[in-house]
Design a protein around this ligand. Sequence first.
Ligand SMILES: Nc1ncnc2c1ncn2[C@@H]1O[C@H](COP(=O)(O)OP(=O)(O)O)[C@@H](O)[C@H]1O
Ligand SMILES: N[C@@H](CCOP(=O)(O)O)C(=O)O
Length: 293
Amino acid sequence: MVTVRAPATSANLGSGFDVFGAALSRPADVVTVEKAAETTIEVTGVGAQYIPEDPEKNTVGAVVEALDAPARIHIDKGVRPASGLGSSAASAAGAAVALNRLYDRGLSRKELVPIAAEGEAVVSGVAHADNVAPSILGGFTVTTAEGTWSVDAGIPLVVCLPDVAVSTRDARRVVPETASMDALVETVGNAATLAVGMCRSDPELVGLGMDDPVVTPERARLITGYDAVRDAAFETGATGVTVSGAGPAVIAACRERDRRDVAAGMLDAFAGAGIEARAYQTQIGRGSTVLEE
Ligand SMILES: Nc1ncnc2c1ncn2[C@@H]1O[C@H](COP(=O)(O)OP(=O)(O)O)[C@@H](O)[C@H]1O
Ligand SMILES: N[C@@H](CCOP(=O)(O)O)C(=O)O
C-alpha cells in the first residue's frame, strides 16, 4: 500500500496560460493505492458526490492505464472539484506518484508529468500539464512542449474560492482564438517579470507579472463579483490578482504581513456580491509527498 499527499495548484498565474503553475501548501488530496487484479476507485471528502468512481471517467483511471498498474484506489478529496485549484490534477498527480512506487516503475518525477496529464484530457479534453507538473514537482513550474522546469519560491498567497462551480472544459470555450501583437508583447513582458519574481522570491515582481490582457478578462466574466474582489485584494495589500486556473477561485500574491487582511478583504467583497466563499491563506509549497508505504 502507498499513500501520497498531492497538493492543490494554481495554473496560468495570469500571464502564463497553459504554461505556468504553482503548488499550494494547502489544500491537498490524499491518494492511497493497493495492488489489485482490477481497478476500483472510491472517493471521499470535499465534493466527492460530484466525482465519478468509474475509472473511465475519473482522472486517475487514465494514470492507471498509462502505467499499466491496476489498483484499489481511495481518493480523499481536500481540493474541491471545478474550483480552479487543480482538483482533477491533484488526484492524477497523487496516483501517478503512488502507482509508480507501488509497481516499482522507476520513472522520475518529471517523467510522471505527461502521464498524469492524460487524466486532464479525460475531464477537460486537453492534456494540459500546468496543474499536474507543480502537484508532482512542487514550487513554481514552467511546462512547454519541450518539458517542465521548476524552482522553489517563497511567495505568500491568498486563494479565495467562491461557492460556485466552473468546469475547466466550459472555461476553455471562452479563451480567444487570436490576440493582437500589442497583447502578445504585454503578455511576454508580464510572464518574464513573473518568472524573474519567482526566481527571486519577490512578491512584488510576481504580482506585477500576473496581469494578462488576453484570457483573464474573458474568464473573469464567469465569476460573479470578480472586479470587486480584485479591487478589495489590491486595497488590502495584494501585489497582484488574477483568476486561478480556469476559475472560479481568485488568487492574490502578497507580502506575508498583508496575507490575513487580503483574505478578509476578498471574502468581504464576495459576500458583498452575494456569494459565499472560502479563503485559503497559503503559499507556494512542495509537490506530492509519500506519507506511507
Ligand atoms: N479525481 C478527480 N478529482 C476531481 N475531479 C475529478 C476527478 N476525476 C474526474 N473529475 C471531474 O473533473 C471535473 C473537475 O475538473 P476541472 O473542471 O478541471 O476542475 P478543477 O479546476 O477543480 O480541476 C469534475 O467534473 C469532476 O467530476
Ligand atoms: N491552463 C488550464 C488550467 C486549468 O486549471 P484548473 O485548476 O481550472 O483545472 C486552463 O486555464 O484551462
